[in-house]
Design a protein around this ligand. Structure first.
Ligand SMILES: N[C@@H](CCC(=O)N[C@@H](CS)C(=O)NCC(=O)O)C(=O)O
Length: 210
C-alpha cells in the first residue's frame, strides 16, 4: 500500500490520522502535486494528494473517501469508529466535521489562488474576503464547542472525524495564517490540539513546510 502525500496538506493529514487510528501505518510517499509527479498523475487524474494506492493497485483519491474505505474495511468494534460508537451522536460528529472541512477548503483555496496572483490581489477581493470569513466563522463556531470535543479523557481515546478535522484546521491555520491579525483567537481549539498531539497519529502528522 502506498500513500501519496505532502507535508502541508490538511487533507493528507485527515487521511493519515484516520489511517493510523485504524492501525494502518503506511510511511507516506512524499510527492509534489504541483510538479505533476508521474506517480500521482498515474494514480489520480486530479493530481492531488492524498491518494492511497491499495495493494492490488486500486487508487483511492479524496480524503473523505479514504476515511469511508477505512470505516468499511476496519469497522467497529474491532477498530475505533471515526463517526463514533453512538449512531445517535453521528450527526453531530459529521456536522462539526463539516464546519472544519468548509474552513479547510477556504484556507487551501486562499493559499492556492495566491500561487497565481499576489496575495493582495486575491485576499482582499470579494471572493477572498468570503473565504476569510468562512475561516473566521468556522473557527469561531468550533471554538464555541471546543470544550466538549475529544471526550472526557482527551488524547486518551481515539478521535472522531470532528476532532480530527478541527485539530487539522487549527494546526493548518497556525502554519499558514498564524501571523495574520484577522485570525481569531481560539484558545479552546489550541488546548484540544495540544492534548491530541499526545497521540502518535497527531504528533507524527503535524504539518510542516518541508
Ligand atoms: N477534496 C480533496 C482535496 C485534495 C487537495 O486539494 N489537495 C491539494 C493539497 S492541499 C493538492 O494536491 N493540490 C494540487 C492541485 O490542486 O493541483 C481531498 O479531500 O482529498
Amino acid at each position: 500500500m502506498q500513500l501519496l502525500a505532502n507535508t502541508t496538506s490538511p487533507y493528507v493529514r485527515i487521511a493519515r490520522v484516520s489511517m493510523i487510528e485504524k492501525g494502518l501505518e503506511v510511511e507516506p510517499t512524499i510527492v509534489d502535486p504541483w510538479a505533476d509527479d508521474p506517480r500521482l498523475r498515474a494514480a489520480n487524474a486530479a493530481t492531488r494528494v492524498p491518494t492511497l494506492i491499495l495493494d492490488d493497485g486500486t487508487p483511492i483519491a479524496e480524503s473523505l473517501l479514504i476515511v469511508q474505505w477505512l470505516e468499511m474495511t476496519r469497522p467497529a468494534p474491532g477498530w475505533p469508529s471515526l463517526v463514533g460508537p453512538d449512531p445517535a451522536a453521528a450527526a453531530g460528529v459529521l456536522s462539526r466535521a463539516g464546519i472544519a472541512l468548509g474552513a479547510i477548503d477556504a484556507a487551501v483555496h486562499t493559499i492556492i489562488i495566491r500561487k497565481v496572483t499576489a496575495p493582495v490581489l486575491f485576499d482582499e477581493t470579494p471572493v477572498g474576503l468570503r473565504r476569510r470569513r468562512t475561516m473566521i466563522e468556522g473557527m469561531q463556531r468550533l471554538e464555541a464547542v471546543a470544550g466538549s470535543l475529544g471526550g472526557k479523557d482527551r488524547g486518551r481515546e481515539a478521535p472522531t472525524l470532528d476532532v480530527i478535522a478541527a485539530v487539522t484546521l487549527y494546526d493548518y491555520q497556525q502554519l499558514r495564517f498564524g501571523d495574520q491579525a484577522w485570525l481569531p483567537a481560539t484558545p479552546g481549539l489550541g488546548v484540544l490540539a495540544a492534548a491530541m498531539r499526545e497521540r502518535p497519529s497527531f504528533a507524527k502528522t503535524m504539518p510542516r513546510m518541508s
